[in-house]
Design a protein around this ligand. Sequence first.
Ligand code: IVH
Length: 683
Amino acid sequence: MTPAEAKNKIAALRAEVARHAELYYRRATPEIPDQDYDRLERELADLEKEFPEFAVKESPTVRVGDDRLDGFSTYRHRQRMQSLDNTYSEAELREFHQRLVKLFARDELAYVIEPKIDGLAVSVTYEKGKLTRAVTRGNGEEGDDVTANVMTIRTLPHELTAGGTYPVPDLIEIRGEIYLTLAEFQRINLAREEAGEALYANPRNLAAGTLKQLDSREVAQRKLEIVLYGVGFCEPPAADTQNHYHELVKQWNLPTLERYWKAVGIDEVWAAVQELDRLRHAFAYATDGAVVKLDDFRLQREAGSTSKAPRWAIAYKFPAERAETRINAISVQVGRTGVLTPVAELEPVLLAGTTVARATLHNQDEIARKDIRIGDYVLVEKAGEIIPAVIEVNLKRRAPECVAYKLPAQCPVCGTPTIQLEEEVATRCPNVNCPAQVRRRLGHFVAKACLDIDGIGSAMIDELVDKGWVKELPDLYKLRRDDLLTLGKSVEKSTDNLLAAIEASKGRELWRLIHGLGIPHVGVAAAKDLATHFREIEKLAAAKMEDFIATKQVVIAGIGETMARAIVGYFNEPRNRAMVTALLELGVKPQAPTAKVTSSSVFVGKTFVLTGTLPTMTREEAGEKVEAAGGKVSGSVSKKTSYVLAGAEAGSKLEKAQQLGVPVIDEAEFVRLLAAGNENSVS
Ligand code: IVH
């Protein structure tokens, strides 16, 4: 390669790496598998080594990606959060050990081998044993303050348990990984599929997207988990080896790794890595490798770090499981809002322990980008991913008669010509009466998180739509007992149960109806906010943009501009307004929230006094939360005060509370009370 070529290649690679880092760290929607990203990074690093004259002297932080987003306040780590060098090769793992052998002039180095959990890094601070802060890695120097969201994690204690032999340090920044179990990932995706919403490709993206939600109530509904695997900063120092640290973590009652290994010398390390690979598929979380760490903290310090990563640790990544198979056909699914999703029907192939026969191809752009054609042999991957992805086409095996694939110009279900809106990648069937859309809409409407009508499964929906009895949602309330009794398996009892369930759904909470309408972007939390604010469906239907957004200011917490546009757009459509009117005329009578309470009424009848500086919110914000949950805020402490919420440098009010025996809580406890209330609330 000539220097001129190298210069161009380096610039191109750097742009490419930066684009994928943005998609991965900030947006949690990567376009390429981790392995391909690692390869790009490696290629760039190698070229920069060969042509150092073109290497840009970036600040080290550029190298670790940056996950910070607008809407969060940033917080500076006391100790920088680094990333890890990684490798897919045993030889390179051995070289890592050899470098350390040379450095310390001895062979018998002790290591700890841990699973590499596929989640996102977080730093959790405990001050005098109390959980005070949680921050994402950000750019390594400073990250997003996600304390309120992390406090919704049930397994993370808000106070460390002091063990006799292991006193709790004054201040400790503990590093760990936030993740979703595979089971929780599947639960959420299944619910999204039922609702015709886009699926998340893997638990890591879903965990990252969840942690970065601005609304902790939304976060509490998805069960995030955490595991702690390292010390960032600790005063006074508590452990002197990684092994010792793991013991401390257990002693303090923090969530720990379910397995880790000790090893001396590289052969034992390699044996442990292989054992981990055998066992990891049974773990509750997705793992993508092994992290090998020098055990002794003193040796760690001596080994030091490069700009990106420590020299005393390395990640050995397990190759993603891939297989080649043929695309026999491409089928097209029509979603609730008419979006056409192409799905590859594959020659079944065994991959990571399961048989894979289908893979989503997302949309026309994605098919064009990878030039995927019917009859092609393609590489299918299932890494931490549950949903298999088509990675690339094996062009060497392409038959000459294969032609480029285009999504149908007509809806495969109702035949209406499809459209593609300018600002969208999705191709849509514009016919709102398309049976496929009606089926999906109905499925969503009756789902648990909407009108919760028991007894209408997908087979029943198909029958209702195929018979032409349900063409739009209000038809559900016009179903006749005699008709239902003619359905093959129907017996009187189940028909009566079904009719009773439909009848009961008329009086459900307003938010359920709002959610059930299937307005794009409006999920459960937003539906609850809208119900609280508008209190009547007619008022919501009549709302204008300025009722949501006033001169760029959000009027209703939790409802931003995109959602506001979607809502206004939805009710601007005469057909949708007519449908809501029809529902009401048929006796649907949604219940407005009882009190003016946003999410829970845990604090009804409770009086709070706020004092001192809270770690993550202002006293005003805390006061708003108290009032939103039905409580009152008072300026002075008396025997009637229910709680004193105290932050740093709280003065006389704290003393008074202690004299009177009024419970004093910190922000962590406060957030826990709120979250606990949300969980129990019927809302
Ligand atoms: S140690 C300086 N241990 O992998 C040491 N990281 O690719 C930094 N990760 O940023 C991390 N499991 O988010 C460590 N057992 C483990 C891990 C782990 C997962 C993540 C972590 C880190 C990334 C580096």
